[in-house]
Design a protein around this ligand. Structure first.
Ligand code: BEZ
Length: 589
């Protein structure tokens, strides 16, 4: 039965699906009424199918009206579903079983699509890699594939900011289930948890040693957090949440959607790149990528402190289409057999910041981008904005190294970036000058640009450095300096010295104090037009806390101690030790 604007719909609440081990997961099912069979759009999330977030990625009622069955399911151990909550550990099997269950529902035509953001982007990939034959298309938005590149660790440093915040917030439902028959105990436990969430940004993040991280020990809601501390950078431990290396069974095309200031930017791009180049079917190789100037789960404008324009929002992408309609064009094509034209369009759509325009691209990285080295220079005093650091494409000759002391008791505080933290630490572009005024931040800036320079693609810093410590960290950030001095953070990265080889497949090992090593820092990716009159800047320091856990510079076992020492850092930039950033410079037509 259709109305002028679409189908009449019905909603069935708490529909049970039995998993292979007998555990029942429950879903809300939105479907057209009547006798027909329709394709199914499935999302599986741990945030509560009955809460607004469950309907945030696609409005289930609107989509059902368009001739789909929409299934919004609570994942295992969450809200109305049975079983134990073990974050990220059961989604492959449960995803597969749910897809096959959904394909057999009497109102389902057997074709399934999956959608959702972040964790419910991950539940898509966890299912995709099992290769269920009924799964025909997916739209994973802002999600990870490698736990060592964002969700747990980055460059060997713990993603403390994201993990502690996320695990504590997930604890609310843990407490609801634990105290479901005792409202008084629930009230007391919730009160404590909320106090700890509210104090995380100002106090909790500072808790040491990490293996006794107080906010999580006190509330006892996230034993998994401590696995990351007791088994850091352990590939076996994170296998259930790992997608990279497992794409070969994926047959369905994926539309990957990300944000330049998203915590999972790089893996969103990687998932696309892998599917495009190694997809096992022609459809999988039709995968697409769209990246806006967005933060994690945030698709509006302004972003951080900056106005990217109305066309930057998901409600009006390129002033042409909203994100829901775009997703439906994808599903209409692959699940309804409607030629929406979406596969004949360019596979990539990017928002170029600075120019504040969307642009279509054909391949990733861009073939026409020229990897250009910008070298660090100084007369030995690049400390802070008042220093003598400069950046140019000229190779250094004899140059005096720069020095700073990194004191973990007084770390550089996180200011903007790709974050998912407490409200004190908002994500996106924020003026970096307050931290660039510190002596433990080295600042290297080009002269004022005489013409526009576009940088779009992967970015890395190669840094020759010594440290007095047996283990320490180096952090690098790319910044666009506006003519009024405003320093816009674009992208950044960290390397923990003991993991310098691990990121290239080697073993972790401490460093020899005062020996020079060449560190590679992966700054992920950006797309930005540095306009004429602006300057390109690189900041080098040793902390970005509490986003990344502090290296205490002792070389002791991870998370085991509160002891900290000051590290004396030297950054070399001479002919034998050139330190530089690699920028993918896109010729301007
Ligand atoms: C998310 O769903 O937003 C999320 C999941 C895991 C870690 C951090 C964020």
């Amino acid at each position: 039965m259709t109305t002028q604007t679409g189908h009449q719909i019905a909603v069935d609440f708490d529909v049970p699906a039995k998993m292979r081990d007998g555990v029942i997961l429950r879903a809300n099912v939105y479907r057209p009424v009547g006798e027909g069979k329709w394709p199914v759009l499935l999302t599986r999330l741990p945030y509560g199918k009955d809460f607004p977030l469950g309907s945030s990625a696609l409005d289930p009622a609107q989509v059902a009206r368009r001739g789909y069955v929409v299934i919004v399911q609570d994942t295992r151990g969450r809200f109305t579903s049975e079983g134990k909550w073990e974050p990220m550990r059961n989604e492959a099997e449960d995803g597969y079983d749910t897809v096959e269950w959904a394909a057999k529902l009497h109102y389902s035509n057997g074709s399934i699509g999956m959608y959702g953001v972040s964790y419910f982007g991950f539940t898509q990939w966890a299912t995709l890699i099992q290769g269920p034959s009924s799964l025909k298309a997916a739209i994973p938005i802002m999600t990870w594939n490698n736990p060592f590149n964002g969700v747990q660790f980055r460059g060997g440093a713990l993603e403390l900011g994201t993990l502690a915040n996320w695990q504590l917030s997930m604890g609310m439902n843990v407490l609801m289930r634990r105290h479901s028959t005792d409202p008084r105990a629930l009230g007391a436990a919730m009160y404590q948890l909320v106090q700890d969430i509210d104090a995380l940004g100002t106090q909790g993040y500072h808790s040491l040693p990490l293996k006794e991280f107080e906010p999580l020990v006190r509330n006892d809601v996230a034993p998994d957090f401590f696995l990351s501390i007791t088994s850091p950078m352990d590939r076996k431990q994170v296998d259930p949440m790992t997608i990279v290396g497992k794409h070969e069974q994926v047959t369905a095309p994926t539309f990957n959607i990300g944000g330049w200031y998203d915590i999972f930017l790089q893996d969103t791009i990687e998932n696309f790149r892998i599917m495009r180049t190694q997809g096992s079917t022609p459809e999988a190789r039709q995968s697409k990528l769209l990246i806006g100037p967005w933060i994690h789960g945030g698709f509006t404008n302004p972003v951080g402190e900056l106005n990217f324009g109305m066309g930057a929002t998901a409600a009006m992408i390129d002033l042409q289409v909203d994100l829901m309609s775009l997703q439906l064009r994808w599903f209409d094509h692959f699940l309804q057999g409607v030629d929406t034209g979406i596969t004949s369009e360019a596979p990539i759509k990017l928002f170029v910041m600075g120019a504040n325009v969307w642009r279509d691209e054909q391949e990733w990285p861009l073939a026409r981008a020229v990897e250009t080295r910008y070298y660090l220079h100084s007369n030995g005093h690049a400390n802070s904005l008042k220093g003598d650091g400069s950046l140019s494409t000229t190779l250094p000759e004899t140059e005096t190294a720069d020095h700073y002391d990194y004191d973990p008791a007084n770390p550089v505080l996180t200011r903007g970036g790709a974050l998912l933290m407490t409200p004190e630490f908002r994500a996106g572009p924020f003026d970096q000058t307050p931290i660039e005024n510190r002596d433990d931040v080295l600042v290297y800036t080009t002269p004022v640009l005489e013409q526009d320079v576009e940088v779009t693609g992967p970015i890395s810093v190669h840094l020759w450095a010594t440290s007095s410590a047996p283990d320490t960290d180096f952090v690098a950030r790319l910044v666009d300096v506006h003519p009024n001095g405003y320093a816009q953070n674009l992208t950044d990265g960290i390397i923990r010295a003991r993991y310098r080889d691990f990121v290239h497949g080697g073993q972790p090992s401490l460093i020899e104090p005062d020996k020079a090593y060449e560190y590679e820092i992966d700054l992920w990716t950006t797309s930005n037009l540095f306009k004429k009159g602006h300057q390109i800047r690189v900041d080098i320091t040793s902390s970005c806390f509490p986003r990344w856990n502090r290296n205490l510079n002792t070389g002791q076992e991870f998370g085991s101690s509160s002891e900290m020492v000051v590290a004396h850092q030297t950054i070399l930039h001479d002919v034998d030790h050139p330190s530089y950033i690699v920028l993918p410079v896109v010729p301007i037509q």
